[in-house]
Design a protein around this ligand. Structure first.
Ligand code: GLA
Length: 402
């Protein structure tokens, strides 16, 4: 559920910026955490993300012309672009768009991807507000892309189909933000179901909802470390996986991604590869089995087993994939020391950002306060922590319903 205060804010900001003539509708999309299956999505593998009850909300109304105008309450800044200009650009070299535009790049990028896919979005005024922290690995960019896509689809009279829309948003991220991300974030944010995680096969894009046991609470800890070199480090990891796939393909032509490989296949090509690339691939191969295992542990209500899987995932991301940080490692160690916490791990791309902990309902307060105190003591700065609930995916609120 989008917090009523956020929808009110979206409405108010829209009125202040664009005047009161039009009554806006509100599109929203949540952030996400990933429970397990990290750096597996761009290897055609499995992931188990969960949308969280923090959102980007976009108050929007159609315009008579072909201009897309957006105001960001966070940046206190208004930007616009003509859809005709985007249409002309859609035929041009997409590389030219990369890295353009900051937050507005995501907005324009989604419209650009829609046009390129043959849709014809209309001009819109949009006021963007959010209670989802940005730049901390909770997919605020995917939430912005999908909320904007929801608004554009509504005004263009397009049926809302989450998976194709997630693909368009992913293209926007690739071309406009220069991040070669997988499909996990956009699908989670577009298609999640309230109360459940989403088991996603990133090859077929089939999804299965996995109810979260009611006794389990998920606590998010923001390390406060921003991910400055994250884009290049992320793209490097992806390139390492591709090098291993190329070596595997020389022996087995049917291999298309690391999802198709097992440990024996990797061992057979390992002597021809850089040992660092081999470590990266062995993380992916083992991690790819974990989303299904965690889904089964949840189905059995076995939080201890679920927690152990999370710990294995974290160790692998730290030691083999090397995307953790001292702060994230400390958040995991401090959490698991507490009775009632069955597991913890970094979530999302890593290189800073957030950790999550799986905690029994009655232990949440103690885990929160102990980890906060321990973190402050170790690093001399605080962690922002909150308990999150499993939210539904992108939605639309009709005027007057909030
Ligand atoms: C980021 C990307 C996702 C995924 C994760 C790592 O969140 O956007 O596609 O690759 O990192 O699992």
């Amino acid at each position: 559920m989008v917090r009523p205060r956020l929808t009110q804010q979206a409405h108010q900001v829209f009125e202040q910026v664009f005047g009161t003539a039009a009554v806006p509708q509100i599109a929203s999309a949540p952030g996400r955490i990933n429970l397990i299956g990290e750096h597996t999505d761009y290897n055609d593998g499995f992931v188990l993300p969960m949308a969280i009850d923090r959102h980007v909300a976009v108050a929007f109304a159609p315009r008579a012309d072909r201009v897309l105008r957006a105001y960001s309450a966070e940046f206190r800044h208004s930007r616009d672009v003509s859809l005709d200009t985007l249409e002309r650009r859609s035929a041009a070299d997409p590389a030219k768009h990369s890295g353009r535009g900051g937050w507005f790049g995501y907005v324009a990028g989604v419209a650009w991807a829609m046009i390129r896919a043959g849709h014809r979005p209309n001009g819109l005024d949009m006021a963007i507000v959010s209670d989802l922290p940005a730049g901390v690995g909770l997919s605020s960019s995917a939430a912005l892309e999908i909320a904007v896509a929801r608004a554009l689809a509504e005004v263009a009279g397009m049926p809302w189909d989450p998976i194709p829309m997630a693909r368009l948003a992913q293209q926007a991220e690739h071309e406009f933000a220069g991040v070669a991300c997988g499909i996990m974030d956009q699908v989670a944010v577009a298609a999640a179901t309230e109360g459940a995680a989403l088991l996603l096969d990133c090859r077929s894009l089939e999804t299965r909802t996995i109810p979260i046991p009611t006794a389990a609470k998920i606590v998010v800890f923001d390390s406060g470390v921003r991910r400055e070199l994250a884009t290049s480090a992320y793209n490097d990891r992806r390139a390492a996986c591709e090098r291993v796939v190329a070596a595997l393909q020389k022996r087995d032509r049917w291999v298309h991604a690391l999802r198709d490989a097992d440990d024996a296949m990797l061992a057979a090509v390992a002597p021809t590869l850089d040992p660092q690339d081999v470590r990266r691939a062995s993380h992916v191969i083992a991690e790819n089995r974990r989303p299904l295992s965690l889904a089964n542990a949840f189905a059995d209500g076995d939080l201890a087993r679920a927690g152990r899987l999370m710990m294995l995932s974290h160790a692998s991301l730290r030691d083999l994939y090397e995307v953790s940080s001292p702060e994230l490692d400390a958040l995991v160690e401090l959490s698991i020391e507490q009775p009632g916490c069955s597991g913890a791990r970094l979530t999302g791309a890593g290189f800073g950002g957030c950790a999550i902990a799986l905690v029994e309902e009655g232990s949440v307060e103690r885990v929160l306060s102990s980890v906060e105190a321990g973190y402050e003591q170790r690093f001399g700065r605080s962690t922002t922590a909150f308990v999150c609930r499993a939210a539904g995916g992108a939605g639309l609120l009709v005027a007057g319903s909030w």
